[in-house]
Design a protein around this ligand. Sequence first.
Ligand code: SF4
Ligand SMILES: [Zn+2]
Length: 148
Amino acid sequence: MTVTTLPRARHWSDAAACAQHPDLFIPENDGDPDYTTAKRICRACPVIEQCLTAAMAEEKGADRHVRAGVRGGLTPGERARKHRQEARAKAASQPPRKDPADTSDCGTQAAYQRHVKRHEVIDQACRDAHTEWQRERRAAAKSAGAAV
Ligand code: SF4
Ligand SMILES: [Zn+2]
């Protein structure tokens, strides 16, 4: 008789190379621990990428003093630096904010409304356009009223 067993769902950490040496990765003394051996073990670890991704996601922008031990081949200080670099790169890749000094359609009611919505300083051309728009509206309302 053949027994078929489905493969058990595995988590990447099941393959962690550090499982045998926890003390090397999170040393007791928090002075200036020597992470050389831990980092060497990480370099040969089959799940180094998943491990680093998980650490970065968990720790987010934490200070290096809050990050504990070597994870994914990087020391707390190295992970903190990596976070800062990635945050800077992300900020640099954001599309530039629309120029608040966009004056391409100034002198129209639409531009006036845009200035108001964005809390921008309203230039004279747009003020005039808005005054004119109000005047026209009043006039239209008046003639509509007179027509009744
Ligand atoms: S990369 Fe390093 S810390 Fe992460 S699981 Fe592997 S050995 Fe452990
Ligand atoms: Zn304007």
